[in-house]
Design a protein around this ligand. Structure first.
Ligand SMILES: CC(C)(COP(=O)(O)OP(=O)(O)OC[C@H]1O[C@@H](n2cnc3c(N)ncnc32)[C@H](O)[C@@H]1OP(=O)(O)O)[C@@H](O)C(=O)NCCC(=O)NCCS
Length: 156
């Protein structure tokens, strides 16, 4: 299993991963992810040559980023790949001077079962919920936003 920077050649595999997770991503997301891949730092986790997960990061400042997208292929979830990917990305960001990482995701108040595992994943990775915003600007009504933050280093 390797984590490496994504290249344009990974686009189709990443698109297939997103389309394979319809319980998590609406039909507009593959196009949004494709655009984001062209504008932001991205990584993939690969099993041999096969891309099985990806992450996209938006730099907000020298010390803060948002983890915009992270996903593992539907049939490979729950086997540690997401942890492997996120830990590698966070280690690289920390080595480059990043102190804070934000994740926005669907809040528990939505009562939507599939995201329980997602929230559990971020919480197990040390992300702390700092806010819930409903409605969230730009998000569809009925999708309360949970804002999580993880500190990679002390900030004071
Ligand atoms: C979220 C995601 C990237 C995690 O990757 P993964 O490879 O499935 O995750 P891992 O196997 O490394 O870790 C799973 C961990 O999540 C947590 N988890 C999983 N299901 C859970 C549940 N129902 N309740 C609470 N925690 C849960 C556990 O901590 C679990 O670790 P454990 O098995 O050691 O207890 C992946 O499942 C995914 O692509 N989900 C769909 C898309 C998505 O939600 N992306 C993030 C949007 S913000």
């Amino acid at each position: 299993m390797t984590v490496r920077p994504a290249t344009p050649a990974d686009g189709p595999a990443i698109g297939a991963i997103v389309r394979g997770l319809p319980d998590f991503f609406t039909p507009d997301v593959p196009d949004t992810v494709a655009t984001d891949l062209g504008h932001h730092e991205s990584w993939v986790v690969a099993d041999d040559e096969e891309v099985v997960g990806f992450a996209v990061v938006d730099r907000r400042s020298a010390r803060a980023v948002e983890l915009l997208w992270a996903a593992v292929a539907a049939d490979r979830r729950g086997a540690g790949l997401g942890t492997w990917l996120v830990e590698a990305v966070l280690a690289e960001l920390a080595a480059g001077g990043v102190d804070l990482v934000e994740v926005r995701t669907l809040d528990r108040s939505a009562g939507y079962g599939p995201y329980e595992a997602t929230l559990g994943f971020w919480e197990a990775r040390g992300f702390v919920q700092v806010d819930a915003v409903d409605p969230y600007p730009g998000w569809q009504p009925g999708n309360p936003c949970a804002i999580y933050v993880a500190a990679l280093a002390p900030t004071r």
